[in-house]
Design a protein around this ligand. Structure first.
Ligand SMILES: [Zn+2]
Length: 218
């Protein structure tokens, strides 16, 4: 699913998407070095990450890239501050979802103990309230032969997930404030999963017309 979104976004904007996530397919050499770091669970200094990113951006510029999209970075105020000294960020999109929904989705994660496939049994269907839109997220169910082999990772329990969310909020709030004070923050309330969110996100970014053209051409 993520690969499809990256390809669409790169097509629509003509900009490379640089992912800072587990198992991401970053361009070499940034990808190799960062995924190595992530996979080893090592804490790497922000300077190293920024210097790798900076090299990647310079290489892109030399190739004629007119910009870039960073996914999952910066995550802390320190990273945001260093990044500002390296390059100019035009817009930051803050994807937001109700914490209850996020918690339910995290607790709904299942892995097939045989094939290792990732699934999600949580089915979200919240009605809109007080003028807020509802949220719909379909479960990602496994094929029948995986159904009886599903397991839950031990760290996908409520107290661990809540702690992860607490740490995330604590670190991301100053980052949001950093970009809000520079009038660069676009708040985007996710209306559901990728199928529900994608058209609205393109609309918010003024990319929906391009998407119509892409659909027409397909
Ligand atoms: Zn399976």
């Amino acid at each position: 699913m993520q690969a499809a979104y990256v390809i669409s976004l790169e097509f629509l904007t003509s900009l490379p998407v640089i992912l800072f996530a587990k198992n991401s397919h970053l361009p070499v050499p940034l990808s190799e070095k960062l995924s190595e770091i992530v996979n080893q669970g090592k804490l790497v200094s922000d300077e190293i990450i920024i210097s790798l990113l900076s090299k990647r951006l310079d290489a892109g510029e030399a190739k004629g890239e007119s910009g870039f999209i960073l996914d999952g970075f910066p995550r802390t105020i320190t990273q945001a501050e260093i990044l500002e000294g390296v390059t100019n960020i035009d817009l930051v999109v803050n994807l937001k979802i109700l914490e209850d929904v996020l918690l339910e989705k995290c607790l709904g994660r299942r892995i097939c103990s045989q094939c290792g496939g990732n699934f999600n049994v949580a089915s979200i269907n919240m009605k809109g309230q007080n003028g807020n839109p509802g949220i719909t997220m379909a479960p990602l169910l496994p094929p029948a032969h995986c159904m009886s082999k599903l397991i839950t990772r031990s760290d996908d329990n409520e107290s661990v997930v809540k702690e992860r969310l607490r740490v995330y909020n604590e670190k991301s709030q100053p980052v949001e404030e950093f970009y809000r004070s520079r009038a660069k923050l676009l708040e985007f309330d996710l209306p559901g999963g990728i199928p529900e969110s994608w058209p609205k996100l393109l609309q918010a970014l003024n990319l929906d017309e391009y998407d119509d053209k892409q659909s027409a051409a397909a």
